[in-house]
Design a protein around this ligand. Sequence first.
Ligand SMILES: [Zn+2]
Length: 228
Amino acid sequence: MIEIYILGGLCLFLAYVLKWLINIVINEWKKQRVMSSQSPIALKTRKGLVPFTFDCEDQHITLRTRPVNGNIHFVPTTKIVIDTSLVQSFVLQQLHFHYPSEHTVDGHIFPAELHAVFRSSEDCNVVLARCLALGEQPVWTAHDNILTAFKSGTVTLNAQELFSPSKDGWLMYTGSLTTPPYAENVTWFVSQTPLVVSDTFLRTLEAHFNSNARRIQPCNGRHIVAFL
Ligand SMILES: [Zn+2]
């Protein structure tokens, strides 16, 4: 009988120790999850308010179309690196479109939006976003190439024209992916000036991507930085 009491006591003691150890692991894990934006950090000097620069020799990037979950991604054939004010460097993964635009600027919804998704070796993302607007001139020079690419599967774009930091102002904020799993590891740069495209271009986007835009989310006090 006494053995049963000893065994019972030992089991209770081991359960208590196990619970204590699990609590330590969980608390440490929670601490690491919450405390992910600590200071100080390794900083880089920068020339004025330049949000990013491309490490791209001739400024031209060639992309191939790839169907992904009912969407079409334009994937680069060479390694394109972007240098930002963030500590990591980011490599271009793909370009894609949304119809209509996901972001609004001064309450204005644009007909469409282009996203260029970059990723670091630590799985953080930078997305450069350009809204597209209907207009006469000057039309985005890659306009016709992209229309052809929906059939041919290949397109060459001028990165400088697409993402020129000196020409247009950019708004930067930290947010998430706009498709599942909506991971909050994204720094967004959204151009304040839309690219001008034709009605034909917008009709083509509508045919391929109709209503693939996520609705506007609450800002919740986040900072938005303007690079002009
Ligand atoms: Zn997108």
